[in-house]
Design a protein around this ligand. Structure first.
Ligand code: NAD
Length: 349
């Protein structure tokens, strides 16, 4: 059976939700366009063994909306979208599947640009790119976005440290990095180089052992994160890690990490603030990867990419100052900034 695209009922406030299926290639994917108000939708493709189609729809819509906010905040002239492929990346992924996914992206005629996310590598994107002009983050072009994400998070972490601890010096600070994947391991290296007391956790034992031996990190079992005392918590695994319960137990004063949708629900922001924990909104601090991808979409130079990356930390600094001056939560300040931008007409990057 050839590729079929079916428009599903889109949730209120979303532009499009498409189911892409190609049985021969083993592809079942969902592509969500949240907003193209500021430009074509852009956001990575995640592969995950979702328990149901509903679970995949829940994830792709949350992630697509997050991309609208992230891309607007980073000033990229891009809207928000995301794709998820249902399946186990280690077991089910094939070049044929990625090529079928590329055909699905191409069928959307440039309204959606795709790149890597959890479970998808630059090599996978290269397969997709044989079928679409709208796959980026390719080796030989802007490359893996993860190191850019890690660098952006690290710069924001230092800005946050300045506000919370009075200096951006991380020497001696206890920093727990949760998730030692493409972004988390790179962030852990930077944190260790800055002289912090690095703590790490991952469900992958080998990744923890590597960080312990190579970076001198203390390891923490994945289910013991919220029993630890630390200064800075850097969630770099999956989203939803901060719930009412975990936010109540978290032994940190600053949260700054790469994972998307760290707050299980918006009200967790108030719980963190009430406990004196400064939360740096995920979509603001983790924009480095999409900035890198945007440089490829728009054909911008490395200098543009670096300039945009540096701007993230400046924006976090402004956001923290406004939150302190107004008593509002950092998430409310950030969302307010974006909602103002979204009311603006489309403009070039
Ligand atoms: P990855 O798949 O390379 O790494 C994720 C890591 O988290 C893996 O090592 C995995 O074993 C670990 N993990 C999963 N569940 C865990 C748990 N319960 N406890 C501890 N560890 C756990 O993914 P990545 O590309 O490094 O992305 C990490 C996060 O950052 C994701 O939420 C992703 O959406 C987000 N993000 C990534 C980028 C990027 O450029 N890659 C950009 C923006 C946001």
């Amino acid at each position: 059976m050839a590729l079929t695209l079916t428009d599903l009922q889109r949730p209120e406030g979303f532009e499009r939700l498409v189911l892409a299926e190609d049985a021969e290639a083993g592809l079942t994917a969902l592509i969500c366009l949240h907003s193209t108000a500021l430009g074509p939708a852009a956001g990575g493709c995640r592969m995950w063994p979702y328990a149901s189609r509903e679970a995949a729809i829940h994830d792709v819509t949350r992630l697509a909306r997050g991309m609208t906010y992230k891309n607007a905040m980073a000033g990229l002239g891009l809207g928000g979208g995301k794709a998820v492929i249902i399946g186990d990346a280690r077991r089910d992924k094939t070049p044929a599947m990625m090529r079928a996914f590329g055909r699905a992206v191409e069928a959307l005629k440039g309204s959606y640009w795709t790149a890597e996310d959890v479970g998808i590598s630059p090599e996978d994107m290269a397969h997709a790119a044989t079928e679409t002009r709208h796959a980026v983050g390719l080796a030989g072009a802007s490359g893996d976005p993860s190191p850019w994400t890690a660098e952006g998070v690290f710069r924001c972490l230092r800005v946050g440290a300045t506000r919370v601890f009075g200096a951006d010096d991380l020497a001696g600070k206890r920093v727990l990095v949760q998730g030692l994947g493409h972004v988390g391991l790179s962030l852990a290296e930077k944190v260790a180089s800055a002289g912090a007391r690095l703590m790490v956790t991952d469900i992958n034992e080998a990744a923890m052992t590597e960080a312990a031996t190579r970076l001198g990190a203390a390891v923490c079992a994945p289910d013991q994160v919220f029993a630890q005392q630390m200064d800075i918590f850097a969630p770099c695994a999956l989203g939803g890690v901060l719930t009412a319960e975990t936010a109540g137990a978290l032994g940190a004063r600053l949260v700054c990490g790469a994972a998307n949708n760290q707050l299980a629900s918006p009200d967790v922001a108030a719980l963190l603030a009430a406990r004196g924990i400064t939360y740096l909104p995920d979509y603001v601090v983790n924009a480095g990867g999409i900035i890198s991808v945007a440089s490829e979409i728009h054909g911008h130079s490395d200098a543009w990419r670096l300039e945009r990356l540096c701007a993230i930390a400046g924006r976090v600094s402004e956001m923290l100052a406004e939150a302190a001056a107004t008593g509002r939560e950092t998430t409310a300040v950030a969302d307010g900034m974006v909602e103002q931008m979204l009311a603006l007409p489309r403009r070039a990057a």
